[in-house]
Design a binder for this molecule. Structure first.
Ligand SMILES: [Zn+2]
Length: 407
């Protein structure tokens, strides 16, 4: 039996960092120490979530972000210093290092990547909880789709001014995409169009936030992740728990309004609900595998000579500026096209349209078989969707597994 409140007064003095948590009756030390939590986005909200996870002694913390630290971040980010902004330091690696400073007992890892295109599904699959700390819908949509594919709940947070909200989406029961209004879907559609993707960092918008809403919502997110790793919710028998699973928590500090509400039921025709059943851990495959090697592997493994492997982004092989009609031969995943166009000034002075020719599948006729899976747009530890005559298979690039390395 764990002590009741009045017995705490007679417990021996606590001298180690984390002993105090063991006095909490429902605290499961092993679960917390073994837990792997991924925090996507290391801005104002991410900083607060990371601070809480570090102090809670979460065993393994992965930080993902692709941005660098700017002076404007310093007013709401307790993990960053003026020096970091001067050096344009990476948010992900700096935040991970400061988490380690706060609590040397936790193991950390950082990935400097755009989560929309560069974070493999196998990374999500290895996590016990996923926390989104983002400022844009496109990135939330990417997390939502990834979490549905591997059937993992995720904790979303959003802040603005003195207000904010937190949600725990559970695949099969609630879904970020199902909650979107038609107007929000239109905004996302515009952001996806290649022209705008070039300026994704610009169109993200600058929402004014405060460290107050960040710490309130970030604390709620860390609390819900703690319940997820313990497996606690309304169904917990041993002790009473409630969670924000399938609910939205809203807080507005300006008018002191707060509460939680049930999310809408999921919609049948939503694009997010795809589930990757029975993932094959293919240690023979990695992001360095060539397309030719992959096709051979599929033939040996499934006896299939004409498979279709779905690309997770278009693979572009021709760019044609409207004004010159000169065809530029390229070999680029869609996410790299905008930079290429900019660097080679293909739009010219008048900002002309650029037509793109690309592929969406690898088939036996794929013309660039010498390229690696990474070169055609698959990130480390991603999961391939392979369609054959006998059914659909999901193969993880498990050969990349070594890159998951918490220190
Ligand atoms: Zn949905």
């Amino acid at each position: 039996m764990k002590p009741e409140l009045n017995e705490y007064l007679f417990t021996p003095e606590i001298n180690t960092r984390n002993e105090v948590y063991e006095l909490i009756s429902w605290w499961k030390k092993d679960r917390v120490q073994n837990a792997k939590i991924m925090v996507i986005g290391a801005g104002a909200l991410g900083n607060e979530v990371l601070k809480n996870l570090a102090l809670l002694n979460i065993g393994h913390i992965l930080v993902v972000d692709y941005d660098t630290i700017e002076f404007s971040n310093l007013s709401r980010s307790l993990l960053y210093r003026e020096e970091d902004a001067k050096n344009n330091a990476s948010k992900a690696s700096t935040a991970a290092a400061r988490v380690k400073d706060l609590n040397p007992e936790v193991k950390v890892m950082s990935i400097n990547a755009d989560i929309i295109t560069d974070l493999g599904l196998g990374v999500y699959r290895r996590m016990d909880a996923i926390i989104g700390c983002l400022d844009n819908r496109l990135a939330r949509l990417a997390i939502n789709r990834a979490c549905h594919k591997i059937d993992k709940p995720w904790v979303d947070g959003a802040i603005e001014n003195l207000a904010g909200q937190a949600v725990v989406y559970v695949p099969g029961n609630s879904c970020y995409e199902c909650e979107l209004s038609e107007r929000e879907k239109q905004i996302i559609k515009r952001a996806v169009s290649c022209k705008v993707v070039a300026n994704r960092s610009i169109v993200r918008g600058r929402i004014p936030t405060t460290p107050i809403s960040a710490s309130i919502i970030g604390a709620i997110q860390a609390q819900e992740a703690l319940k997820l790793i313990h497996g606690y919710d309304e169904t917990t028998e041993e002790t009473y728990f409630a969670s924000f699973k399938n609910k939205i928590f809203r807080y507005d500090g300006k008018v002191l309004d707060y509460g939680h509400y049930d999310l809408e039921p999921i919609k049948p025709d939503c694009m997010s609900h795809e589930f990757y059943d029975r993932v094959i851990e293919a240690s023979e495959l990695s992001s360095e595998t060539t397309v030719a090697e992959l096709l051979d592997w599929i033939t040996i493994r499934f006896g299939e000579k004409s498979p279709e492997v779905i690309l997770n982004q278009h693979f572009i092989y021709e760019l044609t500026p409207d004004d010159s009609k000169i065809v530029h031969k390229v070999q680029l995943p869609q996410s790299k096209v905008a930079t290429y166009i900019e660097q080679n000034n293909l739009r010219g002075e008048n900002g002309c349209e650029i037509y793109q020719n690309g592929l969406d599948y690898i088939t036996k006729d794929f013309p660039f078989k010498e390229l690696t899976l990474n070169q055609i747009g698959f990130p480390l530890l991603d999961i391939l969707k392979i369609e054959t005559e006998n059914g659909i298979y999901f193969a993880e690039l498990t050969g990349d597994e070594h890159f998951i390395n918490f220190k």
